[in-house]
Design a protein around this ligand. Sequence first.
Ligand code: WT7
Length: 669
Amino acid sequence: MPSETSIFQPPVNISRCSYICNLEEYKKIYLESINEPEKFWSKIAEQFHWETSYNHKSFLSYNFDISKGPIHIKWMEGASTNLCYNLLDRNVKNGHADKIAFYWEGNHPDDYSKGLTYRKLLEEVCRFANVLKTHGIEKGDRVSIYMPMILELPIAMLACARIGAVHSIVFAGFSSDALAERMVDCKAKMLLTADGVWRGEKPLFLKALCDDALYKAEILGHKVNKCIVVSHFKRVSECRQDFQSQNIPWNEDRDFWWHDEMEDKESACYPEWMAAEDPLFMLYTSGSTGKPKGVLHTTAGYLLYAATTFKYVFDYKPNDVFWCTADIGWITGHTYVVYGPLSNGATSVMFEGTPFYPDNDRYWQIIDKYHVNQFYTAPTAIRALMKFGEEPVKKHSLNTLRVLGSVGEPINPEAWMWYYRNIGKEKCSIVDTFWQTETGGHVITPLPGATPLKPGSATLPFFGVEPILLDDGGNEIQGEGEGFLVFSRPWPGIMRTIFNNHPRFESTYFSKFPGYYCTGDGARRDTDGYFWITGRIDDMLNVSGHLMSTAEVEAVLTEHSKVSEAAVVSRPHPIKGESLYCFISPNAGESFDRKMIDDLKKLVRERIGPFAQPDVIQCAPNLPKTRSGKIMRRILRKVATNDRDIGDTSTLADENIVEVLFANRPENI
Ligand code: WT7
């Protein structure tokens, strides 16, 4: 009986027809990609359209060593192309006009569903590109997008790409404050949104939230002049019997309905030819100092990398149906709902709802409905679904599945085994894909059909990626060992800068170990050279696959007028992976009570979003600090897990604090 510690050989039926059939073949191609990256990637570039061709000599230039000058990464300098052209026009020209690009599935199974062909998608994208132009959007302008998982979202992204505008998508679960801050930072010219959306039984009124954000952005000093709104809530609600029309707040000078704007637009639009290193999009990710970073991806390299990782990691074949459950508001959705699948002419499912509505078998039902071959989700979803046992799974056949993906955090071996047995029926390859918003695509991952699997390990590097482990002193660790996970050279999909803040890009990623891009993760390499990600080494934490920084949450908590200091640590959580445990020092004379706890939770929801809400807030009359005033989070983590084995406390300014903290732990947690 195979168990969590077994090695799982690639299923024979998969290796027989996969692109890469065994480990030897992987190793051979991997070595080619490392030894001659220009040759490797230029061969891949041949399948795409280049308006201006590339030159083999200037295919790659970079500097990762800050002591030698500014950090830079350039792929395919001199070439020009257009992402949208490669994703749509090229596929239409190659005979895939009538192929489905997306099957759209709504929140409720009785809502309408829809298939969109490559031809129709191209037409819609061109019409919306013409809308953008009419409203004065030009190459290089930033367009903020705050939308639910509806087809207008990829249409808007590709319309931006077509005219060279830079999309900046904000996940539609972020608060109005978070959206305002991001619109101000990127100086957005326009905001795209929808009236609202149903999430399970809950209506969410996005336009009202956007109005709030637009108002706040103006107060912060940046006015966004236009807002285009998809009437989505209305069209889905009309299918429901309890539909009551909603009054959507409106500003006649600024707001426009998507359908009105699209009405008279032409369904053709000449693409803007972009230089290889022109920006494609930016996407904010949490930074350990609190302020979000606008991670910037560019044109040619991102195309090559999204396309290649999608093809090999999911072993996507032309008639397959792929489904990535991630929201497009995160990088996983950018690369593996939109850019990766479309660049391969793939058919994929786009789902608006949640795994639990109307029942806990919604995912499994959709897999059968669309005959999904590759399914890509997050460990937190798997753990949440495991709770309901095998019954909901058994109602469905799931027999079209071939590859099961995992992303966002380390997958614990127990969840891996459940996924493998109950969803994959021991016949599917599991791909535990390690990557980051910054890496653009998978960097450490198995390949179905080639890589023997060990539950919990992201296994081996993707083509062109050379992971290195460093010790505390910055020395490279050879062979088995554990250390900081870094990279000493770029692959095409790596980020190029932080929008408007190149110094922060250099200091965040390249200053800790000169010469290396530092991921912020720790990793272990075993005797077989397999990588096991051990988690963040900075003050970042990962709640249900959402990366956030403790500093970001602390900054919000200390905004409260009765709080003098706050410290946040991560505590393991059975479903979310990690959860937030907060220590609060109230101002002198203020009492710590239920109301304060509720107010603080509300404040975090408002400032960041509901997913960031702390699990525990406890009173800490004082925080454990060193004599120099640095908070010792190690001790707070022990208090959070009620672990009395706290180790050395001699560097604490006041050792008595520890007992007080344990005594103040709330009951029943
Ligand atoms: C951080 C990046 C990559 C898209 C979603 C998250 C953690 C991600 C794995 C994995 C272990 C993982 C890392 C990484 N992470 N995938 N397969 N195994 N850890 O993107 O928000 O930029 O977060 O997520 O800590 O640094 P992100």
